[in-house]
Design a protein around this ligand. Structure first.
Ligand code: GLU
Length: 448
């Protein structure tokens, strides 16, 4: 890889639950990294856990990414690649870096307690390396099947982290990690390295919960004779009390947020800009967001966020949202296409979510229940209604005439008219609504 090779990054979730806003962070950081550099983005399903991975969650991952605006350039699932993982495992076994172990959980636990009791770090003691051929044959005869551990070199692994700068893991303080379970299935550690290497991943951008894995995985890349990718470990999104987010708990799942009516742009802005060098603000476009994100300036502290910030971000995006972006959704809410654009421009400043537009359309289309506290005033106003055609200036002309005739002004002038026309005390600017309601309906409401 030369420095001008366009990057190939990956987002590699396990399809064992719905993606949540905390997962959106690595997904977006990878996608934006590639976008800013003309690179490509691989979606890889880390589905080696056959029991917990489901087709439904796999499908949901792709849908939720698409909602965020991420369309992967490449797609892979680890369950299709087992032969490649097997070949790598065989290679590691052949050079003595992957060795069979027979301890049960209980045995390991007992040893751990003994080590801790003696004030020693609870590191796997590599007893299995001392087993002879005959010992192993005897264990097999007992019906024991081995799990397989990677033999770490007792050294410190160092790398230049895209986020953290100089980073290191002291592998001498780690147990040899289990790469293959006794049932023959792989843990995440080896397939991830094999796939990253085989698919030519240039940059591995993931959460800082993987820093220790990186120490181990760098050794695996090297043992397999593969180039080591560039790593970047970003801080994790946590709630204000420092609590992490769990996929299994469905905490702030992307689908939940979508169903609650949030715009993907609001979720993207919060997921990416929290804990970055940039202030959290409503950024509508992916390109603009890509220009703002610099991994080198991501904070080392946890990225604490407040889910309620989504409301403000969402409202700001909606207030600026062009009609073309919402026309389908307005149609779905029953707004007739020929009046939809004028309607959108009239109500958009009052909406926190696009889904609220339908409520205002019902106010425009009626029926509404007019509230008329002062029938005399409203009758005077009705008599002064201008004739059609109506436009954005009609409201001003009409209320000007009502003011001149009745001497009423300010709130005393506007509130009774609003109550009569909409039945509500608050709402979008009536200058925009009036021509949409139309003269006949306005007159009917005033004389109700
Ligand atoms: N499947 C792993 C996870 O969801 C991927 C981690 C990685 O990006 O290497 O945590």
């Amino acid at each position: 890889m030369t420095s001008d090779t366009p990057p190939l990054v990956r987002f590699a979730p396990s399809p064992t639950g719905y993606l949540h806003i905390g997962n959106a962070r690595p997904a977006l950081l990878n996608a934006l990294f590639a976008r800013a550099r003309g690179g490509r983005f691989l979606l890889r399903l880390d589905d080696t856990d056959r029991e917990r991975s489901t087709a439904e969650f796999a499908e949901a991952v792709a849908q939720d990414l698409a909602w965020l605006g991420i369309v992967p350039d490449l797609f892979a699932r680890q369950s299709d690649r087992v032969a490649i993982h097997d070949a790598a495992a065989a290679q590691l076994k052949a050079i003595g870096r992957l060795y069979p172990c027979y301890e049960t959980q209980e045995e390991l636990e007992r040893r751990r307690r003994r080590q801790l009791g003696r004030g020693m770090p609870p590191i796997y003691d590599r007893a299995a390396l001392d087993l002879t051929e005959a010992d192993r044959a005897a264990l097999h005869a007992e019906g024991r099947t081995p799990h397989w551990r990677f033999k770490l070199e007792a050294r410190t692994v160092e790398w230049d982290d895209l986020v953290r700068g100089k980073a290191h893991v002291d592998c001498a303080s780690l147990s040899d990690p289990v790469l293959i379970r006794a049932d023959g299935s792989y843990l995440y550690t080896l397939p991830s390295v094999v796939d990253d290497a085989e698919m030519g991943i240039t940059h591995v951008i993931r959460g800082e919960d993987h820093v220790t894995n990186t120490g181990v995985q760098v050794q695996i890349f090297e043992a397999l004779g593969q180039p080591v990718p560039v790593f970047g470990h970003h801080n994790l999104l946590t709630t204000a009390d420092g609590e992490g987010l769990s996929k299994r708990l469905g905490h702030l799942s992307l689908r939940g947020l979508r169903e609650a009516g949030y715009e993907p742009g609001a979720v993207r802005s919060l997921a990416v800009l929290t804990g970055s060098a940039e202030a959290v603000r409503a950024v509508a476009s992916l390109d603009e967001l890509a220009g703002l994100v610099d991994l080198a300036h991501i904070s080392r502290a946890p990225a604490k966020f407040d889910p309620h910030e989504l409301d403000g971000l969402n409202a700001r995006l909606v207030h600026a949202m062009p009609f073309t972006e919402v026309s389908d959704r307005l149609a779905a809410q029953g707004v007739p296409p020929e009046r939809a654009e004028a309607f959108w421009m009239a109500v958009r400043p009052n909406l926190a979510k696009v889904a609220e537009a339908g409520d205002w359309w019902r106010v425009v289309a009626g029926p509404v229940e007019p509230v008329i506290p002062d029938a005399g005033f409203i009758a005077a106003a009705a008599a002064l209604l201008p004739s059609e055609p109506w436009d954005a200036e009609t409201w001003k002309a009409w209320t000007g005439a009502v003011k001149a005739e009745t001497g009423t002004k300010g709130k005393a002038l506007f509130m009774p008219l609003r109550l009569a026309l909409t039945g509500l005390e608050h709402g979008p600017d009536l200058a925009g609504l009036l021509p949409l309601i139309g003269r006949d309906a306005v007159l009917a409401r005033l004389t109700a």
